[in-house]
Write a protein that binds this ligand. Structure first.
Ligand SMILES: Nc1ncnc2c1ncn2[C@@H]1O[C@H](COP(=O)(O)OP(=O)(O)OP(=O)(O)O)[C@@H](O)[C@H]1O
Ligand SMILES: O=P(O)(O)OC[C@H]1O[C@H](OP(=O)(O)OP(=O)(O)O)[C@H](O)[C@@H]1O
Ligand SMILES: O=C(O)c1cccnc1
Length: 474
């Protein structure tokens, strides 16, 4: 388990907390929802991840003497408030999607209930954990979808956003389908299989390429993948690798594969495949790397490239690409002291969904997903109900058909500040992601202009929001 500082928050959370305390309203009951408004990478879905570290933070939130001393030194807070902080814990309830679930805009992915003080203070940490890991898991799902059944290795540590970023990348990428990493720290801490090849420097530190390949094969006879593009892929690296493959065979060993790290990966992988096949080595695996992402992998595959293993680093770890960079997940007050709360803005897409809610996934008879419906907590939507587009309820509505099954897809994961549903086995989360992606409507996984999954709100929720809007506008 990762441990985080209790100061893993923005200063304004603490000033608000101090203010609530001074006003005597810090124990007012409150409910916040965490959600995003737009799927990343111009896609149709996101893969939910980052819950476990967020829950670990909540469960262990406790200010130590050194934290209090630091805060006292800021000369902003009263002794009474600092004393209150000594005993401050998160004792609330959390309802959330399971990690590895496909999720969509406006759905409450996490709902936090508790006192105003505790629910407010944890906003930043929850958003930090969930925004980043959900973004990386989504990128990983896009990359593995493009790679088809071929395996993908995560090589992102050197370009990740700091050491902790590198660990989070390995975890979230695993959930999204990339089941091995070059990051040995993640291997130990998260039990993710570690894999790798060698760098150009290995080849350059020997007098010549063939000597370097022979030495690597001697050192790692069971796991030998030779990087063949240091000098000239087709004229030098390839023939030298075939020589080593023959020598290994004579010793009763087997060259596992080669890696190409530059140039036209479609053309080069086809030439390399032909040469190894002709030399009697149809099992030698071809690994490709070099600024890969879902688009390059898709392009190489469309051109008939012969890549068996994809090594993906920078663009995965930094979530590069149109609509990438950051997931804009937000955390908004939905209910406070018995009253539903609404935030209005000039941008209708930023209107919040008030009150305590439930999230339903409507499942077709064949098990595929039909649409998601957000209802008020007390509502149970039924076939035949009219449901509304959350951003344009006047323009778009539809009737729920008779043949769908309703599944309430969130669970209580924390009660009274203790984790009550712990999903630590990353392999189960990754398996869930695979099965979720298979159940999305046709066209949802397309890279260009994918089919957009429908998320609707019930008439009850729509009516409540319309009423609150009118009241606030008056
Ligand atoms: N068949 C292909 N289709 C689409 N993109 C490709 C294909 N083959 C390679 N690429 C991408 O093209 C880019 C290759 O760029 P470039 O040739 O400048 O770099 P490089 O060959 O990797 O050389 P170096 O690593 O020495 O900078 C990489 O981003 C790679 O992912
Ligand atoms: O391209 P990525 O997806 O980030 O994959 C990881 C990269 O890291 C290594 O090289 P590095 O980038 O350090 O140097 P290079 O580009 O000169 O090979 C490796 O050879 C890959 O190219
Ligand atoms: O093992 C590799 O080939 C590797 C590891 C990290 C980055 N690039 C490549």
């Amino acid at each position: 388990m990762q441990t985080y500082s209790p100061l893993f928050s923005d200063f304004y959370q603490l000033t608000m907390l101090a203010g609530y305390f001074a006003e005597g309203i810090h124990e007012t009951p409150a409910t916040f929802d965490l959600y995003f408004r737009k799927p990343p990478f111009q896609g149709s879905y996101a893969v939910f991840a980052g819950l476990k570290p967020a829950l670990d933070f909540l469960e262990n939130l406790q200010f130590g003497d050194d934290d209090i001393a630091y805060l006292r030194g800021l000369n902003e807070f009263t002794p009474e408030f600092l004393d209150f902080l000594k005993h401050f814990r998160f004792r609330g309830k959390v309802t959330a999607m399971p990690e590895g679930t496909c999720v969509f805009p406006r759905e409450p992915l996490v709902t936090v209930e508790g006192t105003l003080a505790e629910t407010q203070y944890v906003e930043t940490a929850l958003l930090n954990c969930i925004n980043f890991q959900t973004l990386v898991a989504t990128k990983a799902a896009r990359v593995t979808t493009a790679a088809g059944r071929k395996s993908v290795l995560e090589f992102g540590l050197r370009r990740a956003q700091g050491p902790d970023g590198g660990l989070s990348v390995a975890r979230a990428a695993y959930i999204g389908g990339i089941r091995s990493t070059s990051n040995i720290w993640a291997g130990k801490d998260l039990n993710i299989p570690v894999k790798g090849t060698h760098a150009h420097s290995w080849v350059m530190s020997f007098p010549d390429e063939l000597t370097a390949f022979r030495a690597y094969a001697r050192c790692f006879p069971k796991n030998c993948i030779l990087l063949i593009d240091t000098y000239d892929t087709l004229q030098s690296g390839l023939p030298n690798a075939i020589t080593v493959a023959r020598e290994m065979r004579e010793r009763g060993e087997k060259l596992l594969g080669i890696r190409i790290d530059s140039g036209d990966l479609a053309y080069l992988s086809k030439e390399v495949r032909k040469a190894f096949d002709a030399a009697g080595f149809p099992d030698v695996l071809i690994t490709a790397s070099s600024d890969l992402d879902e688009y390059v992998i898709d392009s190489v595959n469309r051109e008939g490239g012969c890549v068996d293993i994809w090594g993906v680093g920078t663009r995965l770890a930094t979530c590069a690409g149109e609509g990438g960079g950051a997931l804009g997940g937000v955390y908004k007050l939905a209910w406070c002291n018995g009253l539903p709360k609404l935030k209005i803005t000039n941008d209708p897409s930023k209107l919040t969904l008030p009150d305590r809610k439930k999230l339903w996934r409507l499942i077709n008879p064949d098990g595929s997903f039909f649409m998601d419906v957000i209802s008020l907590e007390r509502e149970v939507p039924q076939p035949g109900d009219r449901v509304f587009d959350p951003t344009a309820p006047l323009l778009r509505s539809r009737i729920i058909p008779d043949n769908v099954r309703f599944e309430s897809i969130r669970h209580t994961v924390m009660e009274n500040g203790s984790i009550v549903r712990d999903e630590s086995d990353l392999a189960c989360l990754a398996d869930r992601c695979v099965s979720q992606l298979e159940r999305l409507p046709e066209g949802s996984l397309r890279l260009l202009n994918p089919h957009l999954y429908k998320v609707a709100i019930t008439a009850g929720l729509n009516d409540l929001r319309t009423r609150l809007l009118r009241e606030l506008q008056q």
